[in-house]
Design a protein. Structure first.
Lengths: 247, 126
């Protein structure tokens, strides 16, 4: 560095003079040369220290401007926590909904199966001509009842299977939420890497995901506790908005 | 009627496919984003497109715009089924010429209602 070279030349000149004056036995001049040496050294040290302080200040200021670290700590990390909590709630609800549908369906299938086993035994007796007219009339009545209940229970079962099907929508919605949290984690990682580089004075602007703040891009599902500006409240509000637009 | 279902999550595609089958629509095909869907639409004889918005690659809104910009496809009925529900997004979808907009999570009844409405309107216009 240029400043250092100038100072080194001064120091070198003072040192050479110091040796010359000492050899000549000029104590006073030698002391002056020594003082000059010490001063030059002090100036160099203060200049270096000043420069370092300025660089450190600039780097810190630049880091604050370039990065989203404080944004992340204040807003995005709590948001991510809400999002992940919402994921837990959604998976819990989906599991509950599925289990309820399954628990409701088991007795339906068991009832149909039990009555079918019983009817089959009687039907076999009829085929072997072991049944009298009164018993056959009762069998015919049982079959009629069975067909009726089977129809009702099948419809019930179908509706429960539909519940199980619809409960799986959590996978899409939680997947979208988790993808957003992954994006945030990547941004945090990039900023931490930058912080480490900063300590070796190699900070570079962090390329965080720009789409994060663009409004017309996809935002993912609305999460309770996370403010989404401009979101409408559900299908009815969407329908109202569309009909106001002439739909 | 031949329907193309576009969503990056296979679970959602299967849900929609099963609901459509229950409504009597058995002829469906699937794609996982706009980039895959567009060539399928151009080469196939689809009569209805159901698409998600938020997908990697080409998003649903861009697929909708690409469909409207294509001479062969521009009259294809398009329904968005999406978790996106910001006011300006819905307005943007309407401006791009969407025929229906369903917000996730939705019910089987909502899907039926919106499909019926879309085709009733198309029939009335014909």
């Amino acid at each position: 560095m240029a400043v250092q070279t100038v100072i080194s030349d001064q120091v070198l000149a003072a040192a050479e003079r110091l040796i010359v004056e000492m050899r000549s036995g000029n104590e006073h001049q030698a002391a002056q040369a020594l003082d000059e040496l010490v001063r030059a050294r002090e100036v160099s040290l203060f200049q270096e220290l000043g420069k370092l302080t300025r660089e450190f200040h600039d780097a810190l200021a630049g880091f604050r401007v370039d990065s989203r670290v404080s944004d992340m700590a204040e807003k995005d990390i709590p948001d991510a926590r809400e999002r992940l909590n919402h994921v837990i709630t959604m998976t819990q609800n989906a599991a509950d909904r599925t289990m309820s549908a399954v628990e409701h369906s088991f007795p339906l299938v068991e009832d149909i199966a039990n009555v079918a086993v019983n009817l089959r035994a009687q039907w076999q007796r009829f085929q072997k001509r072991e049944m009298n007219a009164q018993e056959f009339r009762e069998l015919a009545k049982s079959i009629d009842v069975f067909l009726g209940t089977t129809e009702t229970k099948s419809a019930d079962l179908k509706s429960k299977l539909n519940d199980v099907l619809m409960a799986q929508d959590f996978q899409d919605l939680t997947g979208q939420i988790i993808k957003r949290v992954i994006t945030l984690v990547e941004d945090v990682e990039a900023n931490l890497v930058n912080l480490i580089k900063l300590s070796s004075n190699k900070a570079v602007p962090v390329n965080t995901h720009p789409e994060y703040h663009e409004s017309i891009k996809a935002e993912g599902p609305v999460v309770p506790g996370v403010v989404t500006h401009g979101a409408v409240a559900g299908q009815d509000a969407v329908d109202d908005l569309l009909s106001s637009l002439g739909f | 009627m031949k329907i193309l279902i576009v969503d990056d999550f296979s679970t959602m595609r299967r849900i929609i496919k099963n609901l459509l089958r229950d409504l009597g629509f058995n002829n469906t095909a699937e794609a996982d984003d706009g980039n895959t869907a567009l060539p399928m639409l151009k080469s196939g004889d689809f009569q209805f497109l159901i698409t998600d918005w938020n997908m990697p690659g080409m998003q649903g809104i861009d697929l909708l715009k690409a469909v409207r910009a294509d001479d062969k496809l521009k009259t294809l009925p398009v329904m968005l089924v999406t978790a996106e529900q910001k006011r300006e997004q819905i307005v943007a979808a309407a401006e791009a010429g969407v025929n229906g907009y369903i917000v996730k999570p939705f019910t089987a009844a909502t899907l039926k209602e919106k499909i019926d409405k879309i085709f009733a309107r198309i029939e009335a216009a014909a």
